[in-house]
Design a binder for this molecule. Structure first.
Ligand SMILES: *[C@@H]1O[C@H](CO)[C@@H](O)[C@H](O)[C@H]1NC(C)=O
Ligand SMILES: *[C@@H]1O[C@H](CO)[C@@H](O)[C@H](O)[C@H]1NC(C)=O
Length: 261
């Protein structure tokens, strides 16, 4: 059975910018043919995260920590999770402490595989919810927060290379994630329009059952992370020439016989 899931994220990356013409200091260059490439690349991506924490307005990158998302709209039809929700004025803190565990780049396709760990993330915002999670009907609107801890994320990014002004750029065409979390705390204020006893008991129930709750929300969370990440990676790599990251990057412009992983 296939459940329809629609997620719309509004207003993060819309600025146009001039790409970096010279290599910025925070970029560490690695060589693909170097046997130590993987370790070099891990350090380079770690440095990128640190530099992107406060944002890079010159290339239209807004801060990563705190990350502000004006609106997330979630529509999921039938199924065990049935959610019609909007999250507004969302602030996500914690990505500044991202630890890069693995960074691999395929030597032919240049697709990226990145594994990161974020010790603690806090998501705050205003919610408007009508739906069912773990068979419990939930209705309400108010402020809310979610706190996943020890999140590890496997990120698979597909890239296509393109040339511009004699430089090679990565066009990130897709991002898929697999994640695991070690814990989840949450609070939704004004559930059931403020019928206090019901609001408190439901919040306690959701926290006590955080694992099945997070499992049921997995498709929604994965898709939301993927959409945000894709926008982020596209904005970054359209503005950061690939040659600055990988000195011996080569663009084989063969049209036929291209093999993907
Ligand atoms: C975090 O999760 C990973 C794997 O999911 C686990 O190996 C590690 O021990 C956890 N760390 C902490 C501090 O809980
Ligand atoms: C990036 O890839 C997408 C999808 O294949 C394509 O539509 C777009 O034109 C590409 N952008 C550049 C700058 O090559």
């Amino acid at each position: 059975m296939k459940f329809q899931l629609l997620i719309v994220i509004i207003g993060i990356y819309h600025t146009t910018a001039e790409y970096y013409k010279t290599k910025p200091d925070f970029v560490k260059t690695c060589t693909r043919s170097d046997p130590e490439f993987e370790e070099c690349s891990r350090t380079a991506v770690q440095q990128l995260f640190s530099a992107l924490g406060p944002g890079r307005p010159e290339i239209g990158m807004q801060p990563l920590d705190p990350l502000k998302i004006p609106k997330i709209r979630i529509l999921q039809g039938e199924g065990p999770v049935n959610v019609n929700a909007a999250l507004d004025d969302v602030t996500v803190t914690g990505f500044g402490k991202t630890e890069v565990l693995v960074s691999q780049v395929d030597s032919k396709t240049y697709n990226f595989y990145t594994k990161v760990r974020v010790p603690k993330i806090r998501i705050e915002g205003t919610y408007d919810l009508k739906g069912k999670i773990l068979l419990i009907p939930l209705v309400g609107h108010g402020t809310c927060w979610f706190e996943p801890t020890n999140m590890t994320i496997d990120i698979f990014s597909d890239v296509k290379l393109y040339d511009k002004d004699g430089l090679i750029f990565f066009n990130v065409t897709a991002a898929r994630v697999k994640y695991a979390i070690g814990g989840l705390k949450l609070r939704m204020n004004n559930l059931f329009d403020g019928i206090n006893s019901l609001e408190d008991s439901t919040n306690s129930y959701l926290n006590a059952n955080w694992r099945p709750v997070s499992e049921s929300l997995r498709p929604i969370l994965s898709k939301t992370i993927e959409d945000i990440l894709l926008g982020f990676l596209q904005q970054l790599f359209h503005n950061l020439p690939g040659n600055f990251m990988i000195s011996d990057v080569k663009h084989h412009t063969s049209k036929k016989g291209d093999k993907t992983l």
